[in-house]
Ligand binder design. Structure first.
Ligand code: ATP
Length: 445
């Protein structure tokens, strides 16, 4: 069963081996908490994001899309509370000169004695914790000294609040309705751990759902169920998912209730997504700091109120990592160990591989013809490099649900073998109906 054999080492090495994800700036020795996505990683990421958009925009009609700027007016972060409160407590060790998150000490390694945690060795000399703001600063203007200090957004949500009034006008919506956005956010994270789980720059999929105040509880429940369901619909085993409510100490300054969707990663239960009842905090703050009225006025009855906001905020990289961990499996095939990513077909970077059995005898020509016809319908890949077994294995490792093989018989009767990644069943299918057969199978799974 997937999940039993997975470790982070295996995921990291598969990602590197197949070019999904690898450390950034590697020729210069890398840079902490920063990764690049290669071909299959990009395709997988696009599919994760595409499925999120589908669930927000296509499967319902009460959410609209937005793409706001990464650099916003600096007052944004004053109003949102990030300038004053978006901090992590850090300690420095005067002995090893390393810096640690004070709330992560129990999971971190001492700079001198990795078998101990920071502060545990007699030589450790930790400072008291100090608050350290996570926002990256930069400046606008030709000279740094005379420029305006601005920040790279640490979450996409604030851009949505800033545009609330605009969207209300052009989208002709009334609460309950949502504004969804996917984009990069930036946080100066100092703890390097667990591959892409915590990175300096990362993509978020955030949706702010504006509701009449008395409906906030209802919609909070709705979005918790909806978001949990999204992960299971896309193949994550429900036993590895849970909702965990924040207690009073953990709650953010803006939130009256928050629950995290957590996944059981190989390194333990960790957050994939936060679902927060933000109340009217953000709209009121921005109204106060900007002087603009950010409220809803019902054109019919003239009723006027500041909507409350329910926010599901997910990370693209973390979801992708969870999908990969859950899909990772190993089995035996012809006496050999096989690694297979049992990704949901909607997420698989490639849906079908087209493989000529031989690199001669007319196989490549017919295989190319089949490939050309399939790629019009689904993401297909042509591969004629190496023994057929190795080519199957390569596709299994990147999670391709189907492989089509062109052989001698194909030239005689225009049929191919269709191999299923998970059952390993092989059947003969006519080339003429192949695209339809594939589309049906990809759709039902
Ligand atoms: P954590 O407690 O793990 O730092 P958070 O509670 O601060 O996360 P949120 O502000 O709720 O995170 O952000 C929403 C989502 O954005 C998170 O659930 C996560 O999926 C993603 N995310 C946040 N910070 C990072 C990061 N540094 N790297 C990758 N993804 C992140």
């Amino acid at each position: 069963m997937p999940g039993d054999v997975v470790t982070m080492d295996k995921i990291v090495s598969l990602c590197k081996r197949r070019g999904f994800i690898f450390p950034a700036s590697e020729i210069y020795g890398g840079i902490a908490n920063t990764y690049d996505y290669g071909h299959y990683g990009v395709l997988l990421k696009q599919n994760v994001v595409g499925e999120w958009w589908r669930s927000m925009i296509q499967d319902r009609d009460d959410v609209v899309a937005l793409d706001s700027a990464i650099i916003q007016h600096p007052k944004t972060w004053e109003a949102s509370g990030h300038l004053a409160g978006f901090t992590d407590p850090l300690v420095d060790c005067r002995t090893c000169k390393q810096r640690f998150r004070a709330d992560h000490l129990a999971e971190l390694e001492c700079g001198r004695r990795p078998s101990k945690h920071p502060g545990e060795d007699a030589q450790c000399d930790l400072t008291d914790p100090r608050d350290f703001n996570l926002m990256f600063e930069t400046s606008i203007g030709p000279v740094k000294e005379g420029g305006t200090t601005v920040f790279l957004r640490p979450e996409t949500a604030q851009g949505i609040f800033l545009d609330f009034k605009q969207v209300l006008q052009f989208a002709r919506r009334k609460p309950p309705f949502g504004i969804a956005q996917v984009g990069k956010s930036f946080r100066n994270e100092i703890t390097a751990r667990n591959f892409i789980f915590r990175t300096l720059e990362f993509e978020q999929m955030e949706m702010e759902f504006f509701v009449p105040p008395d409906q906030a509880r209802h919609w909070y429940e709705h979005w918790m169920a909806e978001r949990l369901d999204w992960y299971t619909r896309l193949g994550i085993d429900a036993v590895g998912l849970r909702l965990r409510a924040h207690d009073a100490v953990e709650l953010s300054h803006y939130s009256s209730a928050t629950s995290d969707v957590e996944y059981r990663f190989p390194f333990g239960w960790s957050e994939l997504e936060g679902i927060a009842n933000r109340g009217d905090f953000d709209l009121r703050q921005h109204a106060q700091h900007s002087g603009e009225k950010l409220e809803f006025v019902d054109p019919q009855g003239g009723e006027r109120y500041v909507p409350h906001v329910i926010e599901p905020a997910a990370g693209v990289g973390r979801s992708l990592l969870a999908f990969m961990c859950d899909a990772y499996d190993e089995d035996e095939l012809g006496g050999e160990r096989r690694t297979v990513l049992r990704l949901h077909p909607a997420l698989a970077p490639v849906k079908v591989a087209v493989l000529p059995l031989l690199r001669k005898d007319g196989h490549p020509e017919l295989a190319r013809e089949v490939y050309a016809s399939l790629r019009r319908h689904v993401k297909a890949e042509y591969d004629d490099g190496g023994a057929i077994g190795r080519r199957y294995r390569r596709q299994d490792e990147i999670g391709t649900p189907f492989a089509v093989t062109v052989d001698h018989q194909s030239l005689e009767d225009r049929t191919v073998t269709l191999r299923d990644r998970d059952t390993l069943a092989q059947e003969r299918v006519a080339i003429d109906g192949l695209a339809r057969v594939l589309q049906e199978r990809l759709a039902v799974q």
